[in-house]
Design a protein. Structure first.
Ligand code: NAD
Length: 475
């Protein structure tokens, strides 16, 4: 039911042959699912050489032909969605329905980039003298190195793979060693669709060693990373040494502002469902809830009721609405958030502890009466703990929402058009959902500001991220 894990370099699947390995664990059971090979230094060298060769060939392929191969890969992913979703749920923990939605969205992302790559237009700027033609053109950046995390094993790699391929770049992906199977399946779709050898390469290893090796190479011209802020800063430093382009999609701590003129119960239903998606292990997960005083008790009651009704279990089982956390590090982190909240006077309305005696389950948790400077209100939770606090005025809540170094996503609920416009403008965030949580689609830019990173994935900006602008003056 799982998949054969292997590296993919220069069009060949590689495993065994004395390579170091590590076990991949099912977070619902704590048991091993498979054995993952690590790339040796020779493998990384081979991946760089393959990507350099692949880039020359792919860049010379027309956008029209690139698009045909990409669309075929998308169709294969759709055909195989059930298997890929099951592989992902087993290794990551999220419920099957969420995996299925992620895999099908990933196919849509490939299609969207395949089309957008055909529209990478340039422009002609009028010259100052007669007969001078000034052309602005777009060229693929070159070989891309991408590093992706364990919370969206299909979606994060596909954003980077599809963006690179649509622009005409080749790519080396180091997907998460904790959730490698979904990316192996994804790469198979491209290989089976006829992508030339070397254009897409997949490696695994000790993350710090792989990134240091790849980023030290002059072959790599761009890095795209999704993960934590400390690792993002480290990798941005390595990229700067070689003056390499970088896209950094890092952590967040998304404020939710519920104004008293919004329906508090409707807002609670919408945002609670979004909060506990993937057990809260989502970079745009709503994580700090500010509710205007008049609506506070109604919102808290409805939100807590939602949390209490969540059915915790193995994501492969029918009826489960929240799976385990992806790894034991998150369990320790949740306990530390809850203990700190309790010590600071917080009240646990539901949840607050681990669940069961196998796997990495933590109860959906709601906490109130916490001060703004406690751990859960200031550090990214990345788990199923929701702190809810009251506020009085617009200016006060904007100041509190903007007080952290994060700036990835934010949400607000109001029935006033004026307040909707004002809050959308006032929040320091890369994405703002007003009466909506639909802030991540293939067609729209996804990315943060402040310490949440820079650059966008998705939208026309997502393609631009893999292209250099060139100016040609022709007399
Ligand atoms: P971590 O900071 O060690 O790792 C985060 C990710 O970066 C992992 O996928 C890891 O394999 C990778 N990584 C770590 N060091 C690396 C390096 N030197 N070079 C290349 N890749 C490297 O922590 P973690 O325990 O895996 O996750 C904890 C925190 O990471 C979470 O609290 C959350 O803030 C953040 N995170 C964010 C996202 C996101 O979507 N932005 C995804 C996963 C984790």
């Amino acid at each position: 039911m799982y998949t054969d894990l292997a590296l993919f370099i220069d069009g060949k699947w590689l495993s065994g042959e004395g390579r170091t390995t590590e076990d991949v664990i099912n977070p619902a059971t704590g048991k091993a699912l498979g054995t993952l090979p690590h790339a040796s230094t020779a493998d990384l060298q081979a991946a760089l050489a393959a990507a350099e060769k692949g880039f020359a060939q792919w860049k010379a392929t027309s956008a029209y032909d690139r698009s045909k191969i990409m669309r075929k890969a998308a169709d294969l992913l759709r055909e195989r969605f059930d298997h890929v979703s099951k592989v992902q749920t087993q290794e990551q923990g999220k419920v099957y329905a969420e995996s299925r939605a992620e895999v099908l969205t990933s196919a849509d992302i490939i299609d969207w980039y395949a089309e957008e790559g055909r529209r990478a237009y340039g422009r002609i700027v009028p010259g100052r003298q007669k007969g001078v033609r000034q052309l602005v053109t777009q060229e693929p950046v070159g070989v891309v190195a991408a590093f992706t995390p364990w919370n969206f094993p299909t979606l994060t790699p596909i954003r980077k793979i599809a963006g690179s391929l649509a622009a005409g770049c080749s790519i080396i992906v180091k997907a998460s060693e904790e959730t490698p199977g979904a990316c192996v399946e994804l790469v198979k779709c491209f290989a089976d669709a006829g992508l030339p050898a070397g254009v897409l390469n997949l490696v695994f290893g000790v993350p710090a060693n792989v990134s240091e090796y790849l980023l030290a190479s002059p072959v790599v011209k761009k890095i795209s990373f999704t993960g934590s802020i400390p690792v993002g800063k480290h990798l941005a430093g390595l990229a700067a040494k070689g003056m390499k382009r970088a896209t950094m999609e890092l952590g967040g701590h998304s404020p939710v502002v519920v104004f008293a003129d919004a329906d508090p119960e409707k807002a609670a239903d919408t945002i609670a469902a979004f909060k506990y998606r993937n057990a809260g292990q989502v970079c745009i997960s709503p994580t700090r809830f500010y509710v205007q005083e008049d609506s506070y008790s109604k919102f808290v009651a409805r939100f807590t009721e939602y949390a209490k009704n969540i059915k915790l279990g193995d994501g492969m089982e029918k009826g489960t609405t929240m799976g385990p956390l992806a790894n034991p590090r998150r369990l320790d982190a949740m306990e530390s958030f809850v203990n700190d909240a309790k010590e600071r006077g917080g009240k646990i309305l539901t949840g607050g502890s681990r669940h069961g005696n196998q796997g990495f389950f933590f109860q959906p948790t709601v906490v109130t009466e916490v001060p703004d400077d406690c751990k859960i209100m200031t550090q990214e939770p990345f788990g199923p703990v929701a702190p809810i606090v009251p506020f009085k005025t617009f200016d006060e809540v904007v100041e509190r929402a903007n007080s952290l170094e994060f700036g990835l996503a934010a949400y607000a609920f109001t029935s006033s058009g004026a307040t909707a416009a004002a809050i959308g403008d006032a929040i320091q965030s890369g994405m703002v959902g007003v009466n909506s949580v639909a802030i991540s689609t293939p067609e729209t830019p996804f990315g943060g500001v402040k310490e949440s990173g820079y650059g966008s994935e998705g939208g026309i900006e997502g393609l631009q991220a893999y292209m250099n602008t060139k100016f040609i003056s022709q007399a």
